[in-house]
Design a protein around this ligand. Structure first.
Ligand SMILES: C[S@@+](CC[C@H](N)C(=O)[O-])C[C@H]1O[C@@H](n2cnc3c(N)ncnc32)[C@H](O)[C@@H]1O
Length: 258
């Protein structure tokens, strides 16, 4: 059974904006360093979104390589197909990968598993489609590490709750080593990738998180209307004081199918 994605056309557009930010460009570069793709390899990206990482990996494995990307969102697959023309982009979920066993040299997923309720099946599927010796590279946020100077601890606490409510899991990096070991993965390693923004700028990751918070405060009826103005006022105050600061740790987990 396919798990539908919440990424409709509107969210797909917003995702394209954040994917172009300096933080996400640096994140893709770091992930590629960890993946170390080689010419001619067969690589699967799970939850490819707009296809920016897909395109960069496809270019590195070259014309003799096989780049495949899946995402359950049709809007995302449409964008990825035009962003990464050498890749085969398919509508599918992490928990039901439409591929033969042992089909890929590497599987990569960036900020995807937090959306997948059944993490155990997602990890088992990655294991199944990897060839023996194949590499798995997963980046996910430790949402509990998020710190945001807003001028109001109460406003921050609400923003934190709103952000976390968006995800099936806020602690994927903590769960992964155990899930991976249970599936028989070896050489499990974790590295921290920190996003730190010292200014409020549309070219940063925190701008997109702020947009999610403001959209939730504006559109979800459980938040009273005044909360949006309170949040915006707290942010404006801290920005005017030159004290804006946002920090989030993302963890890159690597493992090998032994
Ligand atoms: C935050 S975006 C990240 C996109 C891309 N990996 C990147 O780094 O720009 C999350 C993506 O996960 C996808 N997603 C959600 N549930 C999924 C599932 N069960 N299997 C695979 N992808 C999923 C969404 O459709 C969306 O494209």
């Amino acid at each position: 059974m396919m798990v539908p994605s919440a990424y409709d056309a509107t969210l797909a557009q917003k995702q394209a904006i954040v994917a172009a930010s300096q933080d996400m460009r640096r994140q893709r570069q770091t992930m590629i360093e960890h993946l170390a793709p080689k010419a001619g390899e067969a690589i699967l990206e799970v939850g490819c979104g707009n296809g920016d990482l897909t395109r960069e990996i496809a270019n590195l494995i070259g014309p003799n390589g096989t780049m495949v990307a899946v995402d359950p969102s049709s809007a995302m697959i449409e964008q990825a197909s035009s962003a990464a023309p050498p890749a085969r982009c398919i509508e599918a979920s992490a928990v039901e990968l439409p591929f033969e066993d042992n089909a890929f040299d590497a599987v990569i997923a960036a900020q995807v598993y937090c959306f997948v309720p059944d993490l155990k099946t997602a990890v088992a599927e990655a294991m199944r489609v990897l060839t023996p010796g194949g590499r798995l590279v997963i980046l996910d946020s430790d949402w509990r590490s998020m710190r945001w100077t807003t001028g109001s601890e109460a406003a921050f606490a609400r923003a934190d709750r709103i952000v976390r409510a968006h995800y099936a899991h806020s602690d994927v990096p903590e769960q992964l080593p155990h899930l991976l070991a249970d599936q028989g993965f070896g050489n499990i390693e974790q590295t921290v990738f920190t996003i730190e923004n010292h200014r409020s700028d549309p070219d940063t990751y925190s701008a997109s998180i702020n947009d999610s918070v403001e959209t939730a405060l504006e559109t979800v009826s459980k938040y009273p209307e005044y909360l949006l103005s309170e949040w915006q006022a707290a942010r404006a105050e801290i920005i005017a004081a030159g004290k804006f600061h946002f920090r989030l740790d993302r963890i890159i987990t690597k493992a090998v199918k032994t």
